[in-house]
Design a protein around this ligand. Structure first.
Ligand SMILES: N[C@@H](CCC(=O)N[C@@H](CS)C(=O)NCC(=O)O)C(=O)O
Length: 191
């Protein structure tokens, strides 16, 4: 979703090739030869084979700089990369663990483990709340940092994660969900 959001934000045409994840097509030799991690997305265009969504997104930003989804000043760009890293190291893992747990029958869910994941999120949210108190997006203008969070923020409702103690985070999540790129990618089976 994160790379498709960038493609949509930049109004770039692309073909989407679906990989059958449940049947582990991503672990077949042909796929491992293009992404040794055996994961989607992989972005392919003439002269470029790129994987890891954060790298795909930076590639697209460099190759198609308009509209800009990244600040140009080196310090602000470093801040954006730190936020992307924060998302991938502190936000995504507890959300994924909660998602897996939520798919198990109630009797098999470990409440202590779920509480640890929720605690981890509740350590992160105040940092985001502070940052969003005086601006609509993490760096002021919408950037790759925001869209790195958005698909996972979109799961909070479903996972029963209460954002109401963090009203600026909750408003930011709504703002991100209301961007046409997010909605098109969420509902789109193709493109
Ligand atoms: N760090 C990677 C994570 C990619 C990832 O986990 N992709 C999932 C789908 S959203 C996947 O391919 N899962 C299949 C698997 O791990 O076998 C990125 O941001 O591109």
């Amino acid at each position: 979703m994160r790379t498709r959001i960038v493609l949509k934000e930049k109004a770039l045409d692309f073909d989407r090739i679906l990989i059958d994840l449940p049947s582990k097509e991503q672990k077949e030799p042909w796929f491992l030869s293009i992404n040794p991690y055996g994961k989607v997305p992989v972005l392919v265009e003439e002269g470029a084979w790129v994987y890891e969504s954060a790298i795909c997104n930076e590639y697209l930003e460099d190759q198609y700089p308009t509209p800009a989804l990244s600040p140009s000043a080196p310090a602000a760009k470093a801040e954006m990369r730190l936020l992307i890293e924060l998302c991938n190291s502190q936000f995504v893992p507890p959300i994924i663990r909660l998602l897996y747990t939520s798919r198990k029958p109630k009797a098999e869910q470990d409440p202590a483990r779920m509480a640890r994941n929720t605690d981890q999120l509740n350590t992160l949210f105040p940092q985001l709340e502070e940052r969003l108190r005086h601006q609509d997006y993490l760096l002021g203008d919408y950037s790759l940092a925001d869209l790195t969070f958005s698909p996972f923020l979109g799961l909070c409702d479903k996972l029963g994660i209460d954002l109401s103690p963090f009203p600026h985070v909750a408003a930011w999540a709504e703002r991100l969900k209301s961007r046409p790129s997010y909605e098109e990618v969420r509902i789109g089976l193709t493109g």
